[in-house]
Design a binder for this molecule. Structure first.
Ligand SMILES: Nc1ncnc2c1ncn2[C@@H]1O[C@H](COP(=O)(O)OP(=O)(O)OP(=O)(O)O)[C@@H](O)[C@H]1O
Length: 565
């Protein structure tokens, strides 16, 4: 059976809450139509400012165009009166941050290069080729496909931007992962702010920088420029070089140094980084797509299609879940000629013609954008192609025959309100099923706020500073440009004695002791950054002119999405 109409909440059976953000909730759910497990992301409309609305719309527009082995698939997007829903491919291995925690904050270099960095680079090359910037690289947004760690997937495109449609001019992302040129940009409070400023702007190379940060964090245990205050972190990002522990290999040091080239113009692209000797050393050569093969990048760049089919186990292929392929038409911002709604000119245009009308036009424009988005999203979820058909056939389930009441049969739980009405498009369609005790997700903010943990966090920061001072401050300069990487590629890698796993380096733990290195992950104080919620945009005014650094440390909260949430 195919899903003929638009998707709605009743198509999903909610299980446990996976995450609670400022404006979003994430549930593990099962699609009643196909039986597929999904991650259902709910944005609470009441918490969304005009800017947030714009970003949600952009997230859906961009994510719905992505189909890649290393990117979480967006299956559907729809809305009711109170929520916007994203049905996402469920990653049962959790996120990379949790994986790091499970491994004491370190992963082996080989694993980092082969299982994480290379797949991320493939996904980013694919994104960049389409003109998209991800802008939100961090372990929390990289999901694992299973216990074998075989297939990481990028998630969360809430900050992504289509550079073919708009110029990136905003300080967006997670501070520890921001490139210098991003840090130099101002924040913003409405979609078109600063777009007219020709001197502002950055490119996809901000994602290459973030990959360098990611590599460092996964290998060393913390981001290279993380400091106690935001001011210090900004300064580190802008002017300092990372400190490298002596035990990390020369190649990984060179890779990270190359990605962390301060000048965006001299920084290697993600395609260049795929050719870095560190990647080539740890990843089978056949997995690397030709650098200039556009089709290779656009489809599944991580595997050569032909050889992949040859080695693929047919049984495994049969078990692969079907994809219900839904395209969401949310091309709202560009306007709708046929719409009867009042359209307001973009604020900067109005401001140009009459400065005093500028502010008024911003509000009018924001209002009309919200209205247009809302009405269009409600009407626009369109099913194009549906593999659910086969899934439903095989299960013998007939979705049309299924009474709505039955599909909605969810027990009411004490403390979890559920409305009796199920009229389409109302909050009444939203329900929160009971959670088993052992599945109750504790609020990340609440779970780490005890005084003991706060004190431990401070102690851990001090420890980290002491460690940083003792690290090898030398920064590898070789391979710091695309040209240098290419020159280096294929050449015999000269291992620094004692630095490479292959040269019989001492086990990591022993080296840590030797160098007085005590992973922050050994301390229970390391908190999940999602829990740090003090850094909302609302509390950090956008800088004007020269950068002014705020004096307090905010957590690793993604910027520019939390404004007014
Ligand atoms: N498809 C998925 N499958 C399994 N878990 C997921 C999935 N998507 C997200 N998660 C989990 O939920 C967390 C938050 O997801 P996501 O980053 O999309 O939410 P968010 O509201 O955008 O968060 P933030 O604003 O903090 O970036 C992730 O770190 C991950 O642990």
């Amino acid at each position: 059976m195919s899903r003929l109409g638009a998707w709605c909440l009743e198509d999903f059976e909610l299980h446990k809450q996976l995450y609670k953000g400022k404006a979003s909730l994430l549930y593990k759910a099962t699609c009643r139509v196909s039986g597929l497990p999904v991650a259902l992301k709910l944005y609470r409309k009441l918490r969304l400012s005009a800017l947030n609305w714009y970003q949600v719309q952009r997230e859906i527009r961009i994510h719905s165009q992505l189909q890649h082995e290393n990117i979480v698939q967006l299956y559907a997007a729809f809305e009711d009166c109170d929520h916007v829903y994203l049905a996402l491919q469920y990653a049962d291995g959790g996120d990379l941050y949790e994986e790091l925690k499970r491994h004491g904050g370190h992963l082996s270099e080989e694993r980092v290069a082969r299982d994480i960095i290379q797949p991320c680079l493939f996904a980013l090359a694919y994104l960049h080729q389409k003109g998209f910037l991800w802008r939100d690289c961090k372990p929390e947004n990289i999901l694992l496909g299973g216990p074998d760690f075989g297939s990481v997937k990028l998630a969360d495109f809430g900050l992504s931007i289509d550079s073919t449609e708009e110029r990136p001019v905003t300080r967006a992302g997670t501070l520890d992962y921001m490139a210098p040129e991003v840090v130099m940009c101002p924040e913003k409070s409405y979609p078109q702010e600063n777009k007219e400023k020709a001197l502002l702007g950055y490119t996809s190379s901000v994602d290459a920088w973030a990959i360098g940060i990611l590599g460092y964090e996964l290998i060393v245990g913390h981001p290279p420029f993380e400091r106690e205050t935001r001011t210090d972190t900004y300064e580190q990002i802008m002017y300092r070089r990372p400190n490298y522990p002596a035990w990390i290999s020369e190649e990984s040091r060179m890779f990270i140094s190359a990605a962390l080239t301060k000048s965006a113009r001299k920084r290697p692209t993600v395609a260049d980084l795929l050719d870095h000797p560190w990647i080539l050393k740890h990843c089978p050569r056949t997995l690397v797509p030709a650098a200039d093969s556009q089709s290779g990048i656009a489809s599944m760049p991580s595997v050569d299609a032909a050889s992949h089919i040859e080695v693929e186990d047919p049984a495994e292929k049969a078990c692969r879940p079907p994809i219900f392929n839904i395209m969401v038409d949310c091309n709202v911002a560009s306007g709708d000629a046929g719409s009867s709604e009042t359209h307001h000119p973009a604020p900067e245009m109005a401001a140009e013609s009459s400065p005093e009308k500028g502010l008024q036009s911003i509000f009018q424009w924001a209002n009309s954008s919200v209205q247009r988005l809302s009405s269009r999203l409600l009407a626009s979820a369109t099913v194009l192609q549906d593999h659910v058909l086969s899934a439903a056939h095989s299960s013998g389930d007939a979705i049309e025959d299924r009474p709505l009441a039955q599909s909605m049969a969810v027990e009411t739980t004490a403390g979890r309100p559920r409305s009796a009405s199920s009229e389409g498009g109302s909050l009444s369609t939203l329900f929160y099923p009971p959670l088993p005790e052992d599945h109750q997700i504790r609020d990340a903010t609440g779970s780490a706020q005890t005084p003991v943990q706060s004190a431990a966090l401070l102690a851990s920061e001090k420890l980290r500073k002491i460690r940083a001072a003792g690290m090898d401050a030398e920064s590898a300069e070789a391979c710091s440009t695309p040209t240098a990487i290419k020159a280096h590629r294929g050449s015999q890698i000269d291992f620094r004695e004692g630095c490479s796993a292959e040269s019989g380096a001492a086990p990591r733990a022993a080296m840590d002791v030797l160098h007085g290195y005590n992973s922050p992950w050994n301390s229970p104080a390391r908190r999940r950054p999602h829990g740090d919620s003090s850094g909302s945009l609302a509390s950090t005014p956008p800088p004007r002119g020269p950068i002014r650094f705020p004096s307090h440390k905010e957590g690793r909260l993604s910027y520019n999405r939390t404004a007014a949430l």
